[in-house]
Design a protein around this ligand. Structure first.
Ligand code: SF4
Length: 239
């Protein structure tokens, strides 16, 4: 096993999930740490205190994946932000070489890594979060962000050959409704876009736990309005 792959801090592992890769039963690997600080993020331990969480050895995970391969051959790599770890290439290479399909969840801040993974034919699906209108991107992410990198990732995914989806977590008060419509203008040709409902639990910024999510009717209304902006009308969903 590659030393670089083993250096990626794996902090969570779900053996079977019906919700992390639409249409597939998947296993989910969570890497620790993130370069963003989205105030509404509900993975605060994984983002802020990864060193306090126990490491799960890669060889243990590989053993479990092999054991259930007959039933589960789709693997989701998520975080935190997986692409901040240099050993991610080797980690995915290791899993892919066993014949698994790979979905990567990313915030889009590392287009170089996405391109390298694609060049090595290591990805079957990319799910990228888009946090809000690009002209104020740092506001949504809680830190200074190089928005050119985000644009590069968006372009790469939209123009590339790897299957994908974009997602946006919609947070009342933090996002105005018009921010959602402004955001989707960058990706209106995308084949899949999911509006992700905000869940006020374990948030990075504790004051976000008092925010009530949008009502189901409001989400439905936003979805219908978003649909009108997309080229493919069935591209838009809610998760
Ligand atoms: S929501 Fe933001 S802070 Fe949380 S893991 Fe994703 S990119 Fe990182």
């Amino acid at each position: 096993m590659s030393l670089k792959a083993e250096k990626v801090p794996i902090k969570g592992f779900i053996e079977t999930s019906f919700i992390d890769w639409k249409g597939h039963l998947s296993s989910v690997i969570f890497t620790g740490g993130c370069n963003f600080r989205c105030p509404y993020c509900h993975n605060s331990d994984l983002v802020l205190r990864p060193n306090e969480l126990e490491d799960i050895p890669l060889d243990y995970i590989i053993k479990r994946l092999k054991k259930f391969k007959k039933w589960v051959n789709h693997i989701v790599i998520t975080g935190g932000e997986p692409t901040i770890h240099k050993g991610l290439l080797e980690l995915i290479e290791e899993i892919k070489s066993l014949g698994f399909n790979i979905k990567l969840d990313t915030n889009g801040s590392n287009p170089e890594m996405l391109k390298e993974l694609a060049k090595r034919d290591l990805l079957d699906y990319i799910a990228m979060d888009i946090k809000g209108p690009l002209d104020r991107y740092s506001r949504w992410c809680g830190i200074e962000v190089d928005v050119e990198k985000i644009k590069e990732s968006l372009r790469f995914i939209l123009e590339g050959s790897i299957d994908y989806e974009f997602r946006m977590t919609v947070v009342p008060f933090f996002h105005k409704e018009k921010d959602v419509y402004e955001t989707v203008k960058y990706i209106k040709t995308a084949k899949r876009f999911y509006i992700q409902e905000f869940k006020p639990r374990n948030t990075l910024n504790p004051s976000f736990m008092t925010i009530e999510p949008f009502s189901p009717d409001k989400i439905k209304e936003i979805k219908e309005n978003v649909k009108r902006l997309f080229v493919l009308k069935d591209a838009v969903g809610v998760i």
